[in-house]
Ligand binder design. Structure first.
Ligand SMILES: [Zn+2]
Length: 320
C-alpha cells in the first residue's frame, strides 16, 4: 500500500502573471459594501496581522507578509476522468520556483497518497527555510470501516502533494492585512464566493487574488473528503458528487486557501479552501447553519499568480 519511493516531478513547468493589486483602503470599501448582500453583519478593516501561530489559527508562520503570491499546481484534469499518479510534486521547491525564500505556504490540495496509502485531502500549512521544514500540514481521509474522517498531521519529512493544489505563498512576515468578520448568512453564497463575487463586480476582467485564512467560529460547514481514486472514469459533476464523501463538520474550523476574481488565461480554479478542526478536516463548500454562522478571516493581496504544471488537456469538471 504505502509507496514512499514514488517519483516526484523535479522541474515542473512554471508560468506567472502579475495580478491587479488594489489598495487595502479600496478593498475595505468594496468588500464592506459587497458582503452585506450575503451576510447580515459585516466588518472589514485594515489591521496588523495577528500572530497566526497562536490560537485559534495555529499556523506555521506569524504573518502573511513579504512577496505575497498565489500558486496553482496541476488541476482537476489530473484527477478526472482517471487519476494521473505520476503527478506528484514537492512543496519544498515552491519557494524556489516563485522566488520566495524562506516560504510560508498555506492552502488546499490533494495529499501525498504514497504516504497516506490512499487518496486524501490536504490542508497545507508549512514553512520551508532552506533545508528546514516546519510542517503543520494535515491530511484527511475516509475511514473505510465506517466512512468517518481520519485527520492526521504530516511529519516535517513529508512535503509532497499530488495532482492539484492552490497555495498562498509569502515570507510569513508581519504586516497589514484585511480583517473580515461576518455573521449570519442571508444570501446563498459561501464566505469565499461572497468575497470573490464582490471583487468580480468591482474589478471585472482585472484579476485580484487574495490568500489567507479564516475561522468558522460558530456553526457547521459542508465539507468533502475524496475517497480512494475511482477505477471507473468520472466525466461529469454529478459523477463527482456521487464519488465524493460529504460531511457536516463543526466549528471551530481553520481554513486556508486562495481566491481570484478573474482568470488571466491560466486555467485557474477561482477559489479553493480546505479547513481542519480538532478531529475532522476537508474541502470547504459552505456553512450549513446560516442563522448561527460566524466567520473571521485575515487575507493578503497576491501580487503574482504562479501556474505550475498547468494541464494542457483541460476540462471544467470537479472545480466546485
Ligand atoms: Zn479541495
Amino acid at each position: 500500500m504505502k509507496n514512499m519511493a514514488a517519483t516526484v516531478i523535479e522541474n515542473p513547468p512554471v508560468a506567472s502573471k502579475s495580478l491587479f493589486v488594489p489598495t487595502l483602503e479600496e478593498l475595505v470599501k468594496v468588500l464592506g459594501s459587497g458582503l452585506t448582500s450575503n451576510f447580515e453583519t459585516v466588518f472589514v478593516e485594515i489591521v496588523d496581522c495577528p500572530d497566526l501561530t497562536k490560537e485559534p489559527f495555529t499556523l506555521a508562520c506569524k504573518g502573511l507578509g513579504g512577496k505575497p503570491r498565489l500558486v496553482e499546481i496541476g488541476g482537476p484534469p489530473y484527477l478526472l476522468p482517471l487519476v494521473r499518479r505520476e503527478k506528484l510534486y514537492n512543496m519544498s521547491y515552491i519557494g524556489k520556483l516563485t522566488d520566495v525564500e524562506p516560504s510560508f505556504l498555506i492552502g488546499a490540495g490533494a495529499g501525498p497518497w504514497p504516504y497516506a496509502g490512499v487518496n486524501c485531502e490536504m490542508i497545507i500549512n508549512l514553512e520551508v527555510n532552506g533545508g528546514k521544514v516546519n510542517n503543520h500540514t494535515r491530511i484527511s481521509k475516509v475511514d473505510t470501516k465506517d466512512g468517518s474522517c481520519i485527520l492526521e498531521r504530516l511529519p516535517d519529512t513529508e512535503t509532497r502533494c499530488a495532482l492539484l493544489a492552490n497555495i498562498f505563498c509569502s515570507e510569513g512576515k508581519p504586516g497589514k492585512v484585511l480583517r473580515i468578520s461576518c455573521k449570519k448568512r442571508i444570501g446563498k453564497d459561501d464566505f469565499i464566493a461572497s468575497i470573490r463575487k464582490s471583487l468580480q463586480v468591482q474589478y471585472k476582467e482585472k484579476a485580484v487574488g487574495l490568500g489567507g485564512t479564516f475561522l468558522l467560529k460558530e456553526g457547521k460547514a459542508k465539507q468533502h473528503i475524496m475517497p480512494e481514486f475511482s477505477t471507473e472514469p468520472i466525466n461529469t459533476d454529478e459523477e463527482v458528487e456521487k464519488w465524493l464523501h460529504f460531511y457536516n463538520m463543526s466549528a471551530p474550523l481553520i481554513a486556508v486557501g486562495t481566491l481570484v476574481s478573474a482568470d488571466p488565461g491560466l486555467d485557474l480554479r477561482l477559489q479553493h479552501f480546505h479547513s481542519f478542526g480538532h478531529a475532522e478536516g476537508g474541502h470547504y463548500h459552505i456553512d450549513t447553519e446560516p442563522d448561527n454562522v460566524e466567520y473571521l478571516g485575515y487575507f493578503a493581496v497576491g501580487e503574482y499568480i504562479y501556474r505550475i504544471d498547468q494541464p494542457t488537456d483541460t476540462h471544467h469538471v470537479g472545480r466546485d
